[in-house]
Design a protein around this ligand. Sequence first.
Ligand code: SAM
Length: 431
Amino acid sequence: MTTSPATDISDASKLRHQLVEHLLADNHIRSAAVERAFRTVPRHVFAPGTTVKAAYANDIVATRHSDDGTITSSISAPWLQADMLEAARIQPGHRVLEIGSGGYNAALLAELVGPTGHVTTLDIDPAVTERAVRFLPKAGYRHVSVVTADAEHLPSAVVPDGGFDAILVTVDTWDLPWINALSEGGRLLAPLRLHGYHWAIGFTRNEEALHSDEPLIVCGFVAMQGDGAWNQNRRTVPGTGVHLSWEDGTPMSVDQLASALDSKPTVTRTHITVGGQEPFDLLTLYLAGALPGFCRLGADPDGENQVLNPPPRHWPAAAIVRGASLARLAHERIGDGVDGKGRYEFVVHGYGDQGAVAAQEMAEQVELWQRNHRGARCPLITARPADGRAPAGPDHEPHVFAKKHTCITLDWPIVPGSTASPAVLGSGDAG
Ligand SMILES: C[S@@+](CC[C@H](N)C(=O)[O-])C[C@H]1O[C@@H](n2cnc3c(N)ncnc32)[C@H](O)[C@@H]1O
């Protein structure tokens, strides 16, 4: 930084208010309380290693990396912090737990709960909690409790009588082991991993279950470490450069798919189209729940395999395995679309002897989604204690995801005849 400390402070204040104007204009800040918190907390104090300008950009500030360069801790993007704080509905006097620390978001929470409330912020990484302990008082927040622990094993001593009024999880999580730490009626905000996507979901506790009531926000946080870390169930089909990954349960064997992927696929048309810029994440989530044996299919960008044409580029494709056969969702360009960004038809490619049957099965589900659910803003999501249910397998219940601590059920509202596109409020790596 080349500016003097005095210039930095006035720059910081100006940039902070500019950022707030931006967050208001884009509707990420929707309440006076969250606006006040963002106008008050000096974000740059929590990011001393970066420029004041970068500290007030609407982007993450990476603060810790692993040996291979992966970001393991960051100050999350302001737009996502604002969305999550709004969805948490925090009130003065609330007792709040933040999982995944650093200090800045804890300070925003401290502003929202006020002097009669309390904030506990917890992180597995002692270097992160050490930063929080250092920066919070520097920024004027002396009453936040900072705890070093693995969130998978929340120390009972940190949970207040009756539970927290709100828990904000600011790290990717595959499961929700915190139901009992939440008060009745309390809010839990968590970027829950469901089939390769992270959906920041707002839940309210009602008796033993959590019920979602907010539209999903697609987001990317840093990965959970410790005992709750997600184990990537990935298998490579030998000699093809094609990878299949399963989100939940035991991955299937894939060696038998090598010859299927060596043959020309069948193509099943759906006559259902999507714009070039239109997200269809919710279709993928729908298929993940509807189809047993669902997995995501990716391919090495410079792989030898010529059968996957077009290869899945930005995201792994939705796929199902049926014995030695496979089907995967693809799309074919059918025109320019009204915005010139292209119009695409969903098609399903089938590989192997039973590939056409598998493709037909997937295409029927795409049609059901189109007919009944495409206009839905999002499914209603319920998380209940797992009660020892078996992980999702070939005979899984539709739209039920069995995790270690919870069983997650997705209820897709019926929106007949609608052709509106699914609502996705934001996207990209943000935490
Ligand atoms: C995106 S950062 C948190 C950002 C912070 N809330 C903010 O913006 O001020 C995610 C944090 O989660 C922490 N983390 C990862 N696994 C964890 C675990 N099992 N228990 C607690 N913290 C964990 C990481 O060390 C990292 O600091």
